[in-house]
Write a protein that binds this ligand. Structure first.
Ligand SMILES: [Zn+2]
Length: 241
């Protein structure tokens, strides 16, 4: 598939997604979520079975819209005008799996952010002990299965774990967080938030036992935040703080 042969509408949607995804990558180092070239953001292209993702092994300083790679929902790079040597992120298969199986998801982010990954290394979900967790995650942040890169197993683990949770974040065991959202910005926000709560709950653990929040309170906080507080926001998960 050649991008230059697609409709003007698709080409415009790809250009807009490349712009957003390139800009959002700057949020990962800015929020101390990544080192070196680790971490990636992708976004589904509106009106096409395509998504835009970071190229593999390119430093954060060089992530311009022009080098963002365009893939089909099978995770294959199309003829998108970038050099052939530019290959999509090694996590592309996981992103593609999420887009194929969760129609409502328009953005996916993966990092190895320190505190969230420390919880993933221990295979323990982050308990819902903060009102901001009830707001953002609707409960604990769940742990997904151990999965090796190279086939569908990471994507499948993400989708199956999120199916049983209201959380937009999953901690893949021994690996790190994957987050999702209605668009890439919402998924980046979830990546920032999961690191924040992982850090805070970790610190609270050092001081003693964090107190659980009653399920009824979690439900009402989540409901209010997702449905009332954010009215007029750009996407269901994107709230004004
Ligand atoms: Zn990873």
């Amino acid at each position: 598939m050649r991008l230059s042969e697609q409709s003007a509408a698709v080409q415009e949607a790809v250009a807009a997604a490349r712009e957003r995804v390139a800009r959002l990558h700057a949020e990962l180092p800015r929020n101390d979520l990544v080192v070196w070239t680790a971490g990636n953001v992708s976004e589904r292209v509106a009106g096409a079975d395509l998504f835009v993702i970071k190229p593999s092994g390119v430093s954060y300083d060089e992530l311009t819209p022009e080098v963002m790679v365009v893939c089909t929902l099978d995770g294959a790079k199309i003829d998108d005008g970038t050099p052939g040597a530019l290959v999509p992120s090694s996590d592309t298969a996981a992103h593609a799996y999420v887009y194929r199986h969760l129609a409502q998801i328009g953005g996916v982010v993966h990092t190895h952010s320190t505190y969230a990954t420390a919880w993933a290394a221990r295979g323990e979900e982050i308990p819902c002990v903060l009102t901001m967790m009830a707001d953002e995650f609707g409960g604990p942040v769940p742990v997904g299965p151990f999965a090796i890169i190279g086939d569908d197993s990471i994507g499948r683990g993400i989708v199956e774990t999120l199916a049983g949770s209201r959380s937009p974040a999953v901690l893949m065991r021994n690996h790190g967080p994957f987050t999702v959202g209605a668009d890439a910005r919402a998924a980046v926000k979830a990546a920032v938030m999961v690191e924040e709560v992982a850090r805070t709950v970790h610190l609270s653990r050092q001081l003693g036992n964090p107190l659980p929040i009653a399920q009824g309170h979690i439900d009402s906080l989540h409901d209010r935040y997702q449905n009332v507080y954010g009215q007029g926001a750009s996407s269901p998960k994107e709230k004004k703080a």
